[in-house]
Design a protein around this ligand. Structure first.
Ligand SMILES: Nc1nc2c(ncn2[C@@H]2O[C@H](COP(=O)(O)OP(=O)(O)OP(=O)(O)O)[C@@H](O)[C@H]2O)c(=O)[nH]1
Ligand SMILES: [Mg+2]
Length: 289
């Protein structure tokens, strides 16, 4: 949810449908809402993309509130950072939506995407985030997380990936996958980042934290990998790619029909050794999924 043209449908199209930012540049308002089901390993969930024109928002927080807000795990509220004039209007609907959420899904969490951050001077990011956190304080007791996002770099993939981990780590398969990956990283010093992608190119599990983000500069490497993964996925039944930069190897391997593993390593270990280790991890993951 969020005001019209804040970027909701673009986020869904880029993250889940493999669209490029260019392909979503032409704004077309969502009429009413649109619903899609997404599958991940053993879990599936539904995304409701709610049209942000005030006419629709009023009906969602009014007559249709029960339908929209029942059984919600996560509400994503999208704030358009390039449109400060509208921020009070946004807060008005945010407050009502969050109250309705609390009423119909008291255990839900809120993610507030401070979106189109690419249009801001990076020097202002911290200050704007701090201001927005104060401004978008929920009117009721619900957990809220703020993320600076943009479809022009990896930030939106990371934010959505994090939410999905929260949704699927709750089941036992998600947990054992997560544990296997963490154990593997702990054992192997040269591995600085690991990502497990589904067929839609979405990072399901990532490990590496800040260190890997440094390595992942330029920051849209994830998005370009994502596009490459998608096209390779559909073309080849065997999928095995290694990319090399001055300091790192990026190894991609297919786990099964729907999942790709990517491993980022320092070049301190020979590639062949890392390949063998990655194959071992693929075998472990294969038995788990
Ligand atoms: N600069 C920039 N533009 C973006 C970003 N995300 C989306 N946009 C643009 O913002 C416009 C809004 O697009 P939509 O995603 O359709 O907006 P929406 O929130 O779904 O709008 P409604 O359906 O009316 O509620 C499009 O022209 C996108 O290209 C971003 O991260 N940065
Ligand atoms: Mg839309």
């Amino acid at each position: 949810m969020g005001l019209g043209a804040s970027g909701k449908s673009s986020i869904e199209a880029v993250v889940f449908d493999g669209k490029t930012p260019m392909e979503v540049a032409d704004y077309q308002a969502t009429i009413n809402y649109s619903r899609s089901t997404r599958n991940f390993i053993d879990s599936s969930f539904q995304i409701i993309d709610c049209g942000g024109q005030e006419l629709f928002l009023s009906s969602f927080i009014g007559d249709h509130a029960e339908f929209i807000f029942t059984d919600v795990s996560i509400l994503i509220w999208v704030v358009d950072l390039s449109n400060f004039d509208q921020v009070s209007t946004g807060k008005f609907y945010f407050d009502h939506a969050v109250k309705r959420l609390h009423e119909f899904s008291p255990n839900a969490e809120i993610f507030c995407f401070l979106h189109k951050s690419d249009l801001l001077n990076p020097a202002m990011h911290d200050e704007i985030t701090a201001n927005m956190k104060t401004f978008f304080t929920p009117p009721v007791e619900l957990k809220i997380h703020f993320r600076l996002t943009s479809i022009h770099n990896d930030s939106v993939f990371l934010a959505v990936g994090e939410m999905i981990r929260r949704l699927i780590v709750q089941d036992s398969k998600g947990n054992s996958l997560s544990e296997a990956i963490h154990a593997f990283v702990r054992k192997n010093d040269e591995i600085i980042g690991i990502t497990f992608y589904n067929k839609e190119g979405l990072p399901l599990f990532t490990h590496g934290g800040d260190r890997s983000r440094q390595v992942l500069q330029p920051s849209d490497l994830i998005s370009s990998n994502h596009q490459r993964i998608l096209s390779e996925f559909t073309r080849n039944s065997v999928f095995n790619i290694t990319l090399e930069t001055d300091r790192n190897f990026f190894i991609f391997k297919r786990v099964n029909k729907g999942l790709i593993l990517s491993v980022i390593t320092l070049k301190t270990a020979p590639l062949q050794i890392t390949q063998i280790k990655a194959d071992e991890l693929v075998d472990v993951l294969y038995t788990l999924v």
